[in-house]
Ligand binder design. Sequence first.
Ligand code: C2E
Ligand code: MG
Ligand code: MG
Ligand code: MG
Length: 286
Amino acid sequence: LAKEQGRGNHQFFRSDLGVQAQDRLDFESRLRSAGERGELRLHYQGQFDLQTEAIVGFEALVRWEHPQLGLLGPDRFIPTAEETGSIVELGNWVLRTACRQWRAWVDAGHAPVQMAVNISVRQLRQPDFVDQVLRIVREAGMDPACLELELTETGLMTDADLSTGILERVKAQGMRVSIDDFGTGYSSLAYLNRFSIDTLKIDRSFVREIGSARDSTAIVQAISALGSAMRLTVVAEGVETPAQAEFLRAQGCHVAQGYLYSRPLPPDAATQLLQQRGRDGARSGR
Ligand code: C2E
Ligand code: MG
Ligand code: MG
Ligand code: MG
C-alpha cells in the first residue's frame, strides 16, 4: 500500500509539474504573439524641466493586456521575454509604437519632445541592432535627435568593447543615450568617459530616500555634480514629493520624472498632458 501511495504521490507530483510547465509554455507563446494580437500597450510618463516645469520628454513604458490576467506591468513579463528571446521583437514593437506616437504629436502641431525607450541587453547584442533601430526611426518619420535609448550599466558592461562600438554608431546617427537606474548596477566611473553618453538617470531608490537616509542624499548630490561637470543631462526617477523636487533643483539636477508630476499615462491622457504642459502649450497658456 505504501508503495502504491508513494507511486501515486509521485505521479501526482509529476503531473502537477506538468501543469506548471504547460502554463509557462502557454505564457511564453502568448507573449511571443502579444504584439501581433494587439495586446501590447505603451504608457508614457512625462519628464519635466525642474526649472520651468515644462514637459521636455516622455519615457515609453510597455504593458501587456493579457486576456485572462488583465493589464500586466513589465516586471511580470519582461524577464520571460528576455529569457526566451522574444524581447527582440517586443522591443521593436515598443520602438515602432513610440516613434509613431512622437510623429503623431508633431503632426498635431506640438513642439517636438524627447522620447525615451528602454532597450534590453539582448536587443543591444543583436548584430543588426543599430540598423533595425534606424529602419524603424525612418519608417516612422521620427527625428533621431529626439530619440533617447535607455540602457543599464550592467547591460553596457556585459561586453564593454562591443557596447563602445554600438554606442558610437548610435551617436553618429544623432540619437541620444541614457544610463537608466544609474548607481545600482555594475558601476564603473571609467565607463562614463569611454561610452558616449548623454543622460544619467538617478535611480528611484536613491531619490526616495532624499532627506531621510544620509547616504542616499549624498549619492544624489554626487551624481548631480558628476553629471553636470561632465555636461550630461541628469534626470531623477521616482520624484514623488515637492521636497524631493526642491532638493534636486538645488543640486542642479535638470529633469524630473515621477508621480509628483505625472504617472505613466495611456496615449490619450499623455496627449492631454502635452497640450497642457508642453512648451508650445505653456507659451500660449500664459
Ligand atoms: P525604468 O525604466 O526604471 O522605469 C521607471 C519605472 O518607475 C516605471 O515602472 C515607472 O512606472 C516607475 N515610476 C515612475 N515614477 C515613479 C514614482 O514616482 N514612484 C514609483 N514608485 N514608481 C515610479 P514600470 O512601468 O513598471 O517599468 C518597470 C521597468 O520595466 C522599467 O524600469 C524598465 O526597466 C522596464 N521596462 C518598461 N518598459 C520596457 C520596455 O519597453 N522594454 C524593456 N526592455 N524594458 C522595459
Ligand atoms: Mg527606463
Ligand atoms: Mg529607470
Ligand atoms: Mg529604476
